[in-house]
Design a protein around this ligand. Structure first.
Ligand SMILES: [Zn+2]
Length: 434
Protein backbone atom coordinates (compact mmCIF):
# COMPACT_ATOMS: atom_id res chain seq x y z
CA UNK A 1 0.00 0.00 0.00
CA UNK A 2 2.73 2.46 0.93
CA UNK A 3 4.53 4.00 -1.97
CA UNK A 4 8.24 4.42 -1.59
CA UNK A 5 9.98 6.60 -4.08
CA UNK A 6 11.78 9.84 -4.55
CA UNK A 7 8.77 12.08 -4.83
CA UNK A 8 8.47 13.03 -8.46
CA UNK A 9 12.13 13.83 -8.98
CA UNK A 10 12.99 13.29 -12.60
CA UNK A 11 10.03 11.03 -13.13
CA UNK A 12 8.69 11.49 -16.58
CA UNK A 13 6.14 8.76 -16.63
CA UNK A 14 4.27 7.11 -13.79
CA UNK A 15 2.10 4.06 -14.37
CA UNK A 16 -0.67 3.29 -11.91
CA UNK A 17 -1.02 -0.42 -12.49
CA UNK A 18 -4.34 -2.20 -11.99
CA UNK A 19 -6.06 0.89 -10.65
CA UNK A 20 -9.77 0.93 -9.87
CA UNK A 21 -10.90 4.42 -10.78
CA UNK A 22 -14.11 6.45 -10.98
CA UNK A 23 -14.62 7.16 -14.68
CA UNK A 24 -16.11 10.07 -16.54
CA UNK A 25 -19.14 7.84 -17.15
CA UNK A 26 -19.89 7.57 -13.41
CA UNK A 27 -18.76 4.00 -12.93
CA UNK A 28 -15.73 2.23 -11.54
CA UNK A 29 -13.29 0.68 -13.99
CA UNK A 30 -10.06 -1.24 -13.79
CA UNK A 31 -7.11 0.03 -15.85
CA UNK A 32 -3.47 0.98 -16.06
CA UNK A 33 -3.30 4.77 -15.88
CA UNK A 34 -0.22 6.43 -17.34
CA UNK A 35 0.69 9.90 -16.12
CA UNK A 36 3.15 11.91 -18.15
CA UNK A 37 4.23 15.34 -16.92
CA UNK A 38 1.17 17.02 -15.46
CA UNK A 39 -1.44 15.12 -17.49
CA UNK A 40 -3.14 11.76 -17.69
CA UNK A 41 -1.59 10.48 -20.88
CA UNK A 42 -3.21 7.10 -21.38
CA UNK A 43 -5.79 4.84 -19.81
CA UNK A 44 -5.16 1.26 -20.94
CA UNK A 45 -6.12 -2.33 -20.33
CA UNK A 46 -5.22 -3.46 -16.81
CA UNK A 47 -1.81 -5.01 -16.39
CA UNK A 48 -0.77 -3.98 -19.91
CA UNK A 49 1.76 -1.21 -19.25
CA UNK A 50 5.26 -1.20 -17.94
CA UNK A 51 7.41 1.86 -17.47
CA UNK A 52 10.30 2.86 -15.21
CA UNK A 53 8.03 4.02 -12.43
CA UNK A 54 5.19 1.67 -11.71
CA UNK A 55 2.89 2.05 -8.75
CA UNK A 56 1.00 -1.07 -7.85
CA UNK A 57 -2.48 0.41 -7.43
CA UNK A 58 -4.33 -2.86 -6.88
CA UNK A 59 -5.25 -1.97 -3.32
CA UNK A 60 -6.27 1.62 -4.08
CA UNK A 61 -9.35 3.44 -5.31
CA UNK A 62 -8.46 6.38 -7.54
CA UNK A 63 -10.84 9.33 -7.65
CA UNK A 64 -10.52 12.62 -9.50
CA UNK A 65 -9.30 15.38 -7.16
CA UNK A 66 -12.25 17.25 -5.64
CA UNK A 67 -13.19 20.89 -6.20
CA UNK A 68 -14.43 23.16 -3.44
CA UNK A 69 -15.75 26.06 -5.50
CA UNK A 70 -16.12 28.58 -2.72
CA UNK A 71 -14.39 29.19 0.58
CA UNK A 72 -12.82 32.00 2.60
CA UNK A 73 -9.70 30.31 4.01
CA UNK A 74 -8.51 33.19 6.16
CA UNK A 75 -11.89 33.10 7.95
CA UNK A 76 -11.00 29.65 9.24
CA UNK A 77 -10.21 31.66 12.38
CA UNK A 78 -13.95 31.91 13.03
CA UNK A 79 -14.86 28.32 12.21
CA UNK A 80 -17.01 26.71 14.88
CA UNK A 81 -17.75 29.94 16.74
CA UNK A 82 -21.48 29.35 16.35
CA UNK A 83 -23.80 26.60 15.13
CA UNK A 84 -25.90 29.10 13.13
CA UNK A 85 -26.55 32.84 12.91
CA UNK A 86 -28.03 35.48 10.64
CA UNK A 87 -26.23 36.70 7.55
CA UNK A 88 -26.20 40.27 8.91
CA UNK A 89 -24.48 39.11 12.09
CA UNK A 90 -21.92 37.14 10.10
CA UNK A 91 -21.14 40.05 7.75
CA UNK A 92 -20.93 42.45 10.66
CA UNK A 93 -18.39 40.31 12.49
CA UNK A 94 -16.32 39.76 9.35
CA UNK A 95 -16.27 43.40 8.27
CA UNK A 96 -15.67 44.62 11.85
CA UNK A 97 -12.81 42.23 12.51
CA UNK A 98 -11.10 42.57 9.15
CA UNK A 99 -8.68 45.28 10.30
CA UNK A 100 -7.91 43.43 13.57
CA UNK A 101 -6.46 40.39 11.84
CA UNK A 102 -2.75 40.69 11.21
CA UNK A 103 -1.37 39.56 7.89
CA UNK A 104 0.50 36.83 9.69
CA UNK A 105 -2.64 35.49 11.33
CA UNK A 106 -4.54 35.61 8.04
CA UNK A 107 -1.74 33.77 6.30
CA UNK A 108 -1.61 31.09 8.98
CA UNK A 109 -5.37 30.64 8.93
CA UNK A 110 -5.38 30.42 5.16
CA UNK A 111 -2.55 27.89 4.99
CA UNK A 112 -4.24 25.72 7.61
CA UNK A 113 -7.52 25.83 5.69
CA UNK A 114 -5.87 24.93 2.37
CA UNK A 115 -3.88 22.03 3.85
CA UNK A 116 -7.02 20.82 5.64
CA UNK A 117 -8.71 20.83 2.19
CA UNK A 118 -5.92 18.85 0.53
CA UNK A 119 -6.20 16.26 3.29
CA UNK A 120 -9.81 15.70 2.18
CA UNK A 121 -8.68 15.08 -1.40
CA UNK A 122 -9.64 18.59 -2.54
CA UNK A 123 -7.14 19.58 -5.21
CA UNK A 124 -8.94 22.65 -6.63
CA UNK A 125 -10.18 25.62 -4.63
CA UNK A 126 -12.22 28.71 -5.44
CA UNK A 127 -10.80 31.10 -2.87
CA UNK A 128 -12.89 34.21 -2.27
CA UNK A 129 -10.83 36.94 -0.64
CA UNK A 130 -10.35 40.67 -0.29
CA UNK A 131 -6.66 40.03 0.44
CA UNK A 132 -5.76 38.06 -2.63
CA UNK A 133 -2.02 38.47 -2.16
CA UNK A 134 -2.03 36.65 1.19
CA UNK A 135 -4.18 33.75 0.02
CA UNK A 136 -2.31 33.38 -3.29
CA UNK A 137 0.95 33.11 -1.31
CA UNK A 138 -0.48 30.30 0.86
CA UNK A 139 -2.03 28.44 -2.08
CA UNK A 140 1.38 28.49 -3.75
CA UNK A 141 3.06 27.21 -0.59
CA UNK A 142 0.57 24.35 -0.28
CA UNK A 143 0.79 23.31 -3.96
CA UNK A 144 -2.97 23.32 -4.55
CA UNK A 145 -4.73 24.35 -7.76
CA UNK A 146 -6.57 27.57 -7.00
CA UNK A 147 -8.67 30.25 -8.58
CA UNK A 148 -8.38 33.34 -6.41
CA UNK A 149 -11.57 35.38 -6.54
CA UNK A 150 -10.14 38.78 -5.77
CA UNK A 151 -13.05 40.63 -4.20
CA UNK A 152 -12.97 44.43 -4.34
CA UNK A 153 -15.71 46.97 -3.76
CA UNK A 154 -16.51 50.57 -4.55
CA UNK A 155 -19.65 51.07 -2.47
CA UNK A 156 -21.73 49.51 0.32
CA UNK A 157 -25.51 49.62 0.30
CA UNK A 158 -26.01 47.32 3.27
CA UNK A 159 -26.90 48.08 6.89
CA UNK A 160 -23.96 46.01 8.15
CA UNK A 161 -20.47 47.44 8.82
CA UNK A 162 -18.87 48.60 5.63
CA UNK A 163 -16.27 46.40 3.92
CA UNK A 164 -13.18 48.11 2.52
CA UNK A 165 -13.76 50.06 -0.67
CA UNK A 166 -11.62 51.68 -3.41
CA UNK A 167 -12.06 53.67 -6.60
CA UNK A 168 -12.56 51.85 -9.89
CA UNK A 169 -9.01 52.75 -11.01
CA UNK A 170 -7.50 51.40 -7.78
CA UNK A 171 -9.52 48.20 -8.09
CA UNK A 172 -8.25 47.54 -11.63
CA UNK A 173 -4.66 48.38 -10.73
CA UNK A 174 -4.56 46.08 -7.71
CA UNK A 175 -6.22 43.28 -9.68
CA UNK A 176 -3.69 43.57 -12.54
CA UNK A 177 -0.75 43.67 -10.13
CA UNK A 178 -2.02 40.54 -8.46
CA UNK A 179 -2.45 38.74 -11.79
CA UNK A 180 1.12 39.58 -12.80
CA UNK A 181 2.63 38.58 -9.48
CA UNK A 182 0.80 35.35 -8.74
CA UNK A 183 -0.57 33.68 -11.84
CA UNK A 184 1.07 30.37 -12.70
CA UNK A 185 0.09 26.93 -14.00
CA UNK A 186 -1.74 26.31 -10.74
CA UNK A 187 -2.89 29.75 -9.64
CA UNK A 188 -5.32 32.01 -11.49
CA UNK A 189 -6.73 35.31 -10.28
CA UNK A 190 -10.30 36.25 -11.29
CA UNK A 191 -12.11 39.56 -10.68
CA UNK A 192 -14.79 39.61 -7.97
CA UNK A 193 -16.88 41.83 -5.73
CA UNK A 194 -18.52 40.96 -2.42
CA UNK A 195 -22.16 41.13 -3.56
CA UNK A 196 -24.89 43.09 -5.34
CA UNK A 197 -24.56 45.61 -2.47
CA UNK A 198 -20.82 46.22 -2.77
CA UNK A 199 -20.25 47.40 -6.34
CA UNK A 200 -21.65 50.16 -8.51
CA UNK A 201 -23.05 49.08 -11.89
CA UNK A 202 -19.93 50.66 -13.47
CA UNK A 203 -17.61 48.46 -11.43
CA UNK A 204 -19.68 45.32 -12.09
CA UNK A 205 -19.59 46.00 -15.83
CA UNK A 206 -15.85 46.67 -15.78
CA UNK A 207 -15.03 43.49 -13.81
CA UNK A 208 -17.26 41.45 -16.13
CA UNK A 209 -15.54 42.94 -19.17
CA UNK A 210 -12.14 41.94 -17.78
CA UNK A 211 -13.43 38.42 -17.09
CA UNK A 212 -14.77 38.10 -20.63
CA UNK A 213 -11.56 39.41 -22.25
CA UNK A 214 -9.30 37.19 -20.15
CA UNK A 215 -11.50 34.08 -20.45
CA UNK A 216 -12.21 34.17 -16.70
CA UNK A 217 -15.26 34.54 -14.48
CA UNK A 218 -16.62 37.63 -12.77
CA UNK A 219 -17.59 36.38 -9.33
CA UNK A 220 -19.97 37.63 -6.64
CA UNK A 221 -22.24 36.46 -3.84
CA UNK A 222 -25.86 37.13 -4.81
CA UNK A 223 -29.36 36.91 -3.32
CA UNK A 224 -28.01 35.43 -0.10
CA UNK A 225 -31.14 35.50 2.01
CA UNK A 226 -34.08 37.81 2.49
CA UNK A 227 -32.24 40.68 4.17
CA UNK A 228 -29.70 41.02 1.33
CA UNK A 229 -32.43 40.80 -1.32
CA UNK A 230 -34.54 43.44 0.46
CA UNK A 231 -31.61 45.84 0.77
CA UNK A 232 -30.92 45.47 -2.96
CA UNK A 233 -34.58 46.04 -3.86
CA UNK A 234 -34.77 49.11 -1.63
CA UNK A 235 -31.88 50.68 -3.57
CA UNK A 236 -32.43 49.50 -7.15
CA UNK A 237 -36.13 48.62 -7.05
CA UNK A 238 -35.17 45.13 -8.23
CA UNK A 239 -33.30 42.01 -7.13
CA UNK A 240 -29.61 41.37 -7.72
CA UNK A 241 -30.42 38.90 -10.52
CA UNK A 242 -32.59 41.50 -12.24
CA UNK A 243 -29.91 44.19 -11.80
CA UNK A 244 -27.35 41.92 -13.49
CA UNK A 245 -29.84 41.09 -16.23
CA UNK A 246 -30.41 44.75 -16.99
CA UNK A 247 -26.62 45.24 -17.19
CA UNK A 248 -26.37 42.22 -19.57
CA UNK A 249 -24.06 40.41 -17.18
CA UNK A 250 -25.95 37.11 -16.91
CA UNK A 251 -23.78 34.97 -19.15
CA UNK A 252 -21.07 32.32 -19.09
CA UNK A 253 -18.43 34.86 -17.93
CA UNK A 254 -20.29 35.28 -14.63
CA UNK A 255 -20.10 33.04 -11.56
CA UNK A 256 -22.73 33.59 -8.88
CA UNK A 257 -22.37 32.25 -5.35
CA UNK A 258 -25.49 31.28 -3.30
CA UNK A 259 -28.51 32.56 -5.31
CA UNK A 260 -30.42 31.01 -2.43
CA UNK A 261 -33.34 33.47 -2.27
CA UNK A 262 -34.73 33.75 -5.80
CA UNK A 263 -38.19 34.96 -6.77
CA UNK A 264 -40.29 33.44 -9.54
CA UNK A 265 -39.31 36.42 -11.66
CA UNK A 266 -35.59 35.76 -10.97
CA UNK A 267 -36.06 32.13 -12.03
CA UNK A 268 -37.88 33.26 -15.17
CA UNK A 269 -34.99 35.61 -16.02
CA UNK A 270 -32.48 32.79 -15.48
CA UNK A 271 -34.42 30.19 -17.46
CA UNK A 272 -32.79 30.99 -20.81
CA UNK A 273 -29.37 32.07 -19.49
CA UNK A 274 -26.14 30.12 -19.14
CA UNK A 275 -24.57 31.32 -15.92
CA UNK A 276 -22.20 29.54 -13.55
CA UNK A 277 -23.22 28.96 -9.95
CA UNK A 278 -21.63 27.80 -6.73
CA UNK A 279 -24.14 26.28 -4.34
CA UNK A 280 -23.25 26.35 -0.62
CA UNK A 281 -25.95 24.27 1.08
CA UNK A 282 -24.57 24.09 4.63
CA UNK A 283 -23.76 27.82 4.62
CA UNK A 284 -27.26 28.69 3.35
CA UNK A 285 -28.86 26.58 6.05
CA UNK A 286 -26.47 28.03 8.68
CA UNK A 287 -27.54 31.62 7.93
CA UNK A 288 -31.17 30.77 7.11
CA UNK A 289 -30.56 32.19 3.65
CA UNK A 290 -32.90 29.91 1.73
CA UNK A 291 -32.23 27.19 -0.80
CA UNK A 292 -30.62 27.41 -4.22
CA UNK A 293 -33.00 25.80 -6.75
CA UNK A 294 -30.44 23.24 -7.88
CA UNK A 295 -32.77 21.11 -10.00
CA UNK A 296 -34.50 24.06 -11.69
CA UNK A 297 -31.13 25.53 -12.73
CA UNK A 298 -29.39 22.27 -13.62
CA UNK A 299 -28.92 23.47 -17.24
CA UNK A 300 -26.17 25.76 -15.88
CA UNK A 301 -22.72 24.78 -14.62
CA UNK A 302 -23.16 24.29 -10.88
CA UNK A 303 -20.32 23.68 -8.44
CA UNK A 304 -20.47 23.11 -4.70
CA UNK A 305 -18.74 25.20 -2.06
CA UNK A 306 -18.38 24.97 1.68
CA UNK A 307 -18.19 28.77 2.16
CA UNK A 308 -15.93 27.78 5.07
CA UNK A 309 -15.14 28.56 7.65
CA UNK A 310 -17.33 30.94 9.60
CA UNK A 311 -20.66 29.65 8.32
CA UNK A 312 -19.66 26.00 8.08
CA UNK A 313 -18.29 24.58 11.33
CA UNK A 314 -17.46 21.19 9.78
CA UNK A 315 -15.71 22.49 6.66
CA UNK A 316 -16.08 19.15 4.96
CA UNK A 317 -16.96 19.21 1.26
CA UNK A 318 -18.17 15.61 1.37
CA UNK A 319 -20.72 16.62 3.97
CA UNK A 320 -22.01 19.45 1.77
CA UNK A 321 -22.29 16.96 -1.08
CA UNK A 322 -24.21 14.43 1.00
CA UNK A 323 -26.31 17.23 2.50
CA UNK A 324 -27.23 18.34 -1.05
CA UNK A 325 -28.85 14.99 -1.61
CA UNK A 326 -31.19 15.57 1.32
CA UNK A 327 -31.42 19.39 1.55
CA UNK A 328 -33.28 19.29 -1.75
CA UNK A 329 -36.56 17.53 -2.40
CA UNK A 330 -37.28 16.76 1.24
CA UNK A 331 -41.01 16.97 0.49
CA UNK A 332 -40.98 16.58 -3.29
CA UNK A 333 -38.86 13.98 -5.07
CA UNK A 334 -39.11 16.04 -8.30
CA UNK A 335 -36.67 18.50 -6.71
CA UNK A 336 -34.09 15.83 -5.87
CA UNK A 337 -30.74 16.19 -7.58
CA UNK A 338 -29.22 13.06 -9.13
CA UNK A 339 -26.27 11.74 -7.17
CA UNK A 340 -24.20 11.72 -10.40
CA UNK A 341 -24.84 15.48 -10.76
CA UNK A 342 -23.78 16.02 -7.16
CA UNK A 343 -20.52 14.13 -7.71
CA UNK A 344 -19.96 16.17 -10.90
CA UNK A 345 -20.55 19.39 -8.93
CA UNK A 346 -17.57 18.58 -6.71
CA UNK A 347 -15.40 17.39 -9.60
CA UNK A 348 -15.54 18.26 -13.32
CA UNK A 349 -18.60 20.55 -13.41
CA UNK A 350 -17.41 22.40 -10.31
CA UNK A 351 -14.01 22.98 -11.91
CA UNK A 352 -15.63 24.06 -15.15
CA UNK A 353 -17.89 26.55 -13.30
CA UNK A 354 -14.66 28.08 -11.96
CA UNK A 355 -13.41 28.42 -15.54
CA UNK A 356 -10.96 25.51 -15.39
CA UNK A 357 -10.87 23.13 -18.33
CA UNK A 358 -9.32 19.66 -18.25
CA UNK A 359 -9.75 19.41 -14.48
CA UNK A 360 -11.91 17.03 -12.47
CA UNK A 361 -12.09 13.69 -14.24
CA UNK A 362 -9.91 10.66 -14.73
CA UNK A 363 -9.69 10.77 -18.51
CA UNK A 364 -6.93 10.97 -21.09
CA UNK A 365 -5.71 14.55 -21.59
CA UNK A 366 -6.93 15.80 -18.21
CA UNK A 367 -4.60 17.30 -15.62
CA UNK A 368 -3.39 14.61 -13.23
CA UNK A 369 -5.18 15.83 -10.09
CA UNK A 370 -6.04 12.64 -8.24
CA UNK A 371 -6.78 11.31 -4.79
CA UNK A 372 -6.08 7.75 -3.77
CA UNK A 373 -8.04 5.91 -1.08
CA UNK A 374 -7.29 2.55 0.48
CA UNK A 375 -9.49 0.00 -1.11
CA UNK A 376 -9.75 -1.91 2.16
CA UNK A 377 -12.90 -3.93 2.27
CA UNK A 378 -14.87 -1.70 -0.09
CA UNK A 379 -16.60 -3.90 -2.64
CA UNK A 380 -16.95 -1.66 -5.66
CA UNK A 381 -19.75 -3.69 -7.22
CA UNK A 382 -21.88 -3.54 -4.07
CA UNK A 383 -23.25 -0.02 -4.32
CA UNK A 384 -24.38 2.59 -6.82
CA UNK A 385 -20.98 3.95 -7.99
CA UNK A 386 -21.72 7.64 -7.35
CA UNK A 387 -23.15 6.88 -3.91
CA UNK A 388 -20.04 4.84 -3.20
CA UNK A 389 -17.94 7.85 -4.29
CA UNK A 390 -19.72 10.01 -1.69
CA UNK A 391 -19.47 7.28 0.91
CA UNK A 392 -15.70 6.95 0.40
CA UNK A 393 -14.96 10.68 0.67
CA UNK A 394 -17.34 11.07 3.60
CA UNK A 395 -15.79 8.29 5.65
CA UNK A 396 -12.09 8.35 4.77
CA UNK A 397 -9.09 10.55 4.17
CA UNK A 398 -7.10 9.82 1.02
CA UNK A 399 -3.76 8.13 1.53
CA UNK A 400 -2.10 9.95 -1.41
CA UNK A 401 -3.05 13.18 -3.18
CA UNK A 402 -1.62 14.30 -6.52
CA UNK A 403 -1.89 17.78 -8.03
CA UNK A 404 -0.74 18.52 -11.58
CA UNK A 405 1.10 15.19 -11.80
CA UNK A 406 3.00 15.63 -8.52
CA UNK A 407 2.31 14.01 -5.19
CA UNK A 408 1.45 16.59 -2.54
CA UNK A 409 0.48 13.98 0.04
CA UNK A 410 2.20 10.60 -0.01
CA UNK A 411 1.44 7.87 2.51
CA UNK A 412 -0.69 10.37 4.46
CA UNK A 413 2.18 12.86 4.86
CA UNK A 414 2.54 16.24 3.21
CA UNK A 415 5.70 16.39 1.14
CA UNK A 416 6.22 20.17 1.21
CA UNK A 417 4.62 21.32 4.48
CA UNK A 418 4.55 20.23 8.09
CA UNK A 419 0.80 20.00 8.62
CA UNK A 420 1.04 19.19 12.34
CA UNK A 421 3.16 22.24 12.99
CA UNK A 422 0.82 24.53 11.03
CA UNK A 423 -2.19 22.97 12.74
CA UNK A 424 -0.77 23.38 16.29
CA UNK A 425 0.23 26.94 15.63
CA UNK A 426 -3.14 27.77 14.10
CA UNK A 427 -5.25 26.20 16.84
CA UNK A 428 -3.32 28.05 19.51
CA UNK A 429 -4.12 31.33 17.77
CA UNK A 430 -7.76 30.56 17.13
CA UNK A 431 -9.88 32.26 19.77
CA UNK A 432 -13.40 31.14 20.35
CA UNK A 433 -15.98 33.91 20.83
CA UNK A 434 -14.39 36.71 18.81
ZN1 LIG B 1 -18.80 33.30 0.73
Amino acid sequence: MGISMEPNKGMDRITLKNATYYSDQHDFRLADIVIYGNKIEKICQPNSQSSDHVIDAKSLIVLPGLTNGHLHPSKELYGGVKAFSSISEVLDTVHRNNHLETEELQGLSSLYSILHSLRQGITTLGIFTSRAEIDAEQAKKAGVRAVIHFSQNDQWLGRESKPSSSSLEEVIKRYSDCVHTYESDLIKVHPATASELSATPELMKELHKIAFQENKKFVMHICEGKSQVEQCISHYGKSGIQVLDKLHLLDSSTLLVHASTLSDEDLHVLSDKKVNFIHCPVSNSFTGAGRFPFKALIHNKIGLGTDAAMVNPFHKLAFDAAFSLYFHGESNLEEKVDVTDIVDSITKTGASALGLDHVGSVKEGMFADLCFFKRGDVVVESQDPSLLFLDVILSHHPIHVMVNGEFVILNESFLHCDFNLVSDHFLQNKKWGR
